[in-house]
Design a protein around this ligand. Structure first.
Ligand code: NZQ
Ligand code: ZN
Length: 392
């Protein structure tokens, strides 16, 4: 195992009705005036925004609001948010929504105290200061409620880029599984896919002797394999929703990834897809993750056999381990399809002729992308081609 630091300062507040405490938590973390930031309508329609406003008012906290965050959140709304916060002397951002709303909130939080263009932080500049943020989560997926990351799409060129710092970790995150019961099945499945991908990006490592994190990863994956079909079948299954919601946090606050090298190439390849076609991140991952697995499996066949046998219940073929590895990947793709996810370019709405553009946007040039297996631009093109033609 490698040396590591693990810092996860967010206070998690979990359970039914806990969003009514958001005012008290905002107060606890020093909020004077709050920006309530939310998405394109679901949180208004469900009455959640009204409850959030009441909770803030009850705690004596003033607020302004900015809705309209789209999935794959845009820089254009971030600029509006920064301006509004400055004009209204906002000192705390409350994200009410999913990964897109949280990431947009994080971008506003770093933009307000910065004199330059906030996009600098998505182009490599280190974050030095940020307004504090809090979260009321409405979808189990991105894990942004527990992560120090934010991903924003620049509308000019549809360029999707990320940034990261402990300074943008939420002060508190309220997780009420009941709030996710209004999610359409497709969004639930996209979220589940993203959660599994966050684990796989850590599971496929070149670091040896990482039994504890291997087993933690497998626990989250097994939970997702068991609970996802239950919520697809019965959207009101609170207990299955609760297990998935906590799995989403555990999958991405890095507790399952410490002390080991990680990959993140499936995410990198996917971000170009959701950037170019504006498709859901989880759907893009459903297409890319098994394709990446097929491309790299021969690098460490036994690690793929471990996944196949422990997570997808395959029988180990000791005479021909590769068949076990490939069967595990096949079962993963089959699982994704069974929960309603696309598995190839056509089902996703992507086009094979765009592969050169996707590779170009990745910006690999003559270099290599680091990871479980280092990838050249041609390797990336080949993974996109595998994804384009995948079938069950
Ligand atoms: O905008 P509204 O109307 O709220 O609708 C949203 C949106 O259309 C809807 N939704 C959310 N909660 C709902 C609901 N509909 C009904 N009932 C509810 N309770 O779901 C749709 C998707 O929401 P979004 O926030 O986009 O989903 P998700 O949480 O998957 O976030 C995706 C974004 O997070 C980024 C992705 O790239 C993508 O941009 N990621 C962020 C990460 C991070 N910050 O650590 C890591 C991830 O790997 C990921 O890259
Ligand atoms: Zn993700």
């Amino acid at each position: 195992m490698q040396n590591f630091e693990f810092y996860s300062p967010t206070e998690f507040v979990f359970g039914k009705g806990r969003e009514d405490e958001c005012g008290a938590y905002a107060k606890k973390y020093g909020a004077g005036k709050v920006l309530i930031h939310y998405g394109s309508g679901s949180a208004v329609k469900s009455g959640l925004i009204d409850r959030v406003k009441k909770s803030l008012s009850d705690a004596g906290i003033g607020f302004v609001e900015l809705g309209g965050v789209k999935p794959n959140p845009r820089d254009t709304l971030v600029y509006q948010g920064i301006e509004l916060c400055r004009k209204e002397s906002v000192d705390f951002i409350l994200a009410v929504g999913g990964g897109s709303v949280i990431d947009s909130s994080k971008a506003i939080a770093i933009g307000v105290p910065y004199d330059g263009d906030f996009w600098d932080f998505y182009s490599g500049k280190q974050i030095e200061k940020a307004l504090p943020i809090g979260v009321v989560l409405t979808i189990a997926a991105a894990g942004s409620e527990g992560s120090g990351n934010s991903v924003i799409t620049k509308e000019d060129g549809m360029l999707k880029r990320g940034t990261g710092s402990d300074l943008i970790r939420s002060r508190f995150s309220i997780l009420d599984p009941a709030l996710t019961q209004t999610l359409p099945a497709y969004q639930t499945a996209c979220g589940a896919t993203d959660i599994m991908a966050h684990v796989f990006e850590r599971y496929f490592t070149n670091t040896r002797e990482v039994e504890i994190t291997d087993r933690l990863c497998e626990a989250v994956l097994l939970t997702m394999v068991k609970e996802t079909p239950r919520v697809i079948e019965d959207p009101d299954n609170y207990d299955a929703r609760a297990n998935i919601m906590w799995a989403g946090m555990v999958a991405h606050n890095n507790i399952v990834g410490v002390g080991r090298s990680q990959d993140w190439n499936s995410h990198g390849l996917e971000h170009e897809l959701s950037g170019l076609y504006d498709v859901a991140h989880g759907a893009g991952l459903a297409v890319m993750m098994p394709a990446w697995m097929e491309f790299v499996h021969s690098h460490d066949v036994m690690r793929f056999c471990q996944m196949a046998t422990r997570v997808f219940g395959c029988q180990m073929n000791f005479e021909d381990p590769e068949t076990t590895a490939l069967e595990g990947i096949r079962r993963f793709r089959e699982f994704l399809h069974s929960i309603g996810m696309p598995i190839n370019f056509e089902e996703l709405g992507a086009k094979e002729e765009d592969i050169p553009t996707l590779v170009d946007k990745l910006g690999v040039g003559d270099g290599k992308r680091a990871g479980f297996v280092e990838l050249t631009a041609e390797d990336c093109a080949e993974i996109y081609r595998i994804a384009a033609h995948a079938s069950l």
